[in-house]
Ligand binder design. Sequence first.
Ligand code: IVH
Length: 704
Amino acid sequence: MTERDENEALRQSLRELLIGEGPAEPPERAEALRTVLEFLDREYYLQAEQVVPDSDYDRLFAELRQLETEHPELLVPDSPTQRVARGLADTSATVTHAVPMLSLENSYNAEDLLEWDRRVRGLSGADEVEYCVEPKFDGSSISLQYRNGLLNRGATRGDGVQGEDISANVQVIGGIPKAAAFDQLGAALAEVRGEVVIDKAFFARMNETREAEGLPRFQNPRNTAAGGLRMKDPAEVAQRGLETFVFHLGYAVNADGEDLLAASDSPFQTHSGNLDHLLNLGFRVPGEAMGLRKGIAGVLAFIREWEQRRDDYRYEIDGMVVKVNSLALQRRCGATAHHPRWAIAYKFKAKQASTRLLRVEYQVGRTGAITPVAKVEPVSLAGVTISSISLHNQDQIAEKDIRIGDLVKVERAGDVIPYIAGVVAEARTGREEEITFPPKCPSCDGPLARAEGEVAVRCTNAECPAQAEERLRHFVSKNAMDIDGLGKDIVGRFYQEKLLRSITDIYKLDYPHIEQMKGWGKKAVTNLQQGVERSKSRPLFRLINALGIRHVGITTAKALTRHVNGLDDLTSLNQDALMQVEDIGPVVARSISEFFANPRNQELLAELEKLGLNTRTLGEEKPGQGVLSGKTVLFTGTLQRLGREQAKEVVERHGGRNMSAVSPNLNILVVGEKAGSKLKKAREIGSIVVMTEDEFLAFTSELR
Ligand code: IVH
């Protein structure tokens, strides 16, 4: 069974148990309850997903305990009822932090901060204090211990005194050097603290992929990072895109056990100096997002600047942290049992708000799945107004018991997609209405059906226009054929105007006509035409993904291409052969073979091949790998060796992403001749690496 099939089977079993169905005989029922409770624990702790409300979990748990009391022979040592706490298997080792991992005091406005500065000045006796200001990363805390220059132990924060040992996992997390020459600084033992985070764009892509593969979306980068840190299999941890920023040196002692952080002749005299040391040793520090300011006024200005830039920053941050820079002064300030007095967090405006659920509309996806979308009273969440929120499917509505008229809690996750975290049950008046699904497809009036074991309700009309439009959108999208110049809105407009009705129409567009259309000009049409042309030579996995075969997302598409020499090969594989491909089970195999057996699809493929699309070469592209993996690149000025399109292809070939403008999200700017304002802007931002064309080619080993 694939992960998805298994997941669906477990959810089905869960639904049965919750309504009192499922196996009736005590041994089978106990077994089913154990399996489902373990599944819920796994989702909760490892995937950070709460599948059912606590009350349902507790009910199943109580039923299992009751059964085990009545039938002691059914009790097994690893039953969920025998564990310390919900899901906290006592198998993972606990570590005691040598120096407790304290929390931070919070402040929410300028007054709080001025008051704190007054206290610090009072404690230190200084008129003006130098502060280091840095982002407050919204991820998961981590402690890394180095002994004789080698990464010796990794731990979570836990309750601050004790955490979980995650030494195996830290080996595969980005930004954590396995060796760091602390001995050069005289330290035989040192502890570095930081935050494990996930790049917002990576997080969004990961969720898109999960969705395409029928897996539940992750809620936000923080939970996903926290869950990722504690996964049992480091190979899986490595898939989560975890990265680490460090922001604190916990302790540093020499071979005689002397505390170097307190010694006046050690290299450790200021916080910013410590971060410089850490940077030199190979750690990642907040960099451009960090500022040294004398006096609280400058601190406030820096914080305000970053509150503005917050959404453009690559990682989720929920505030800024202000720290006294001098370690001697820090010691004078001291700490409470809860937090140091030399640091304070300034929290940005919350990303949670409550608003009224007005009505529910229904959207039709490319597979016919009907997605309920909540229309809410517009509410501002950290600077963005939200009025529409996807409710994903019927089960989610039932799980959270969401009703029309409810006051709902809205949150925005790292991928900027808002979601309803829950309802404010206390605010109910009794006049709230249940959400009822429409009996027919809202687009074509076609019949709806819910397949056994599936969460989605689908329109079954093969001719449904909403589905056709969505299929086109999927075909051109980033993970599929990635057609530049043909975005979602343009597909919608072309569809309305009957320029685009089927996938093959993309390759027969009437460009002279488009050029005459409102809002279009020569440049935009050339761009579109080039985008369409470029898509013809995409690697095969992209085409397979673009076809929109049920249950086949980008991962499965890649796995398939590793087993065949071209599309022809694939069409001839039967279900048994398909099941030899990694991660493909009976459900996916059936879906693939049904797709290729359908004469209409065969016609489509033949026509695409005739139109010049690559159906054979598997392609070299391996996103996420190569020297530019995770990096964004922009070209400016006149290039001498490469054409623009060629240059963009080099970026993609090496796992990078092309950008169209200079922003703090840009990593590399490649400058040709006569580079102008873009170069100036990049220099102002400061964090962008500027390369010449030759340097870029050398970097990507394309210089021949
Ligand atoms: S300093 C002794 N700096 O916030 C001071 N913490 O609310 C140690 N955090 O557990 C913390 N960004 O996980 C510090 N730049 C930053 C931070 C930061 C995020 C987290 C950290 C800590 C929590 C306290």
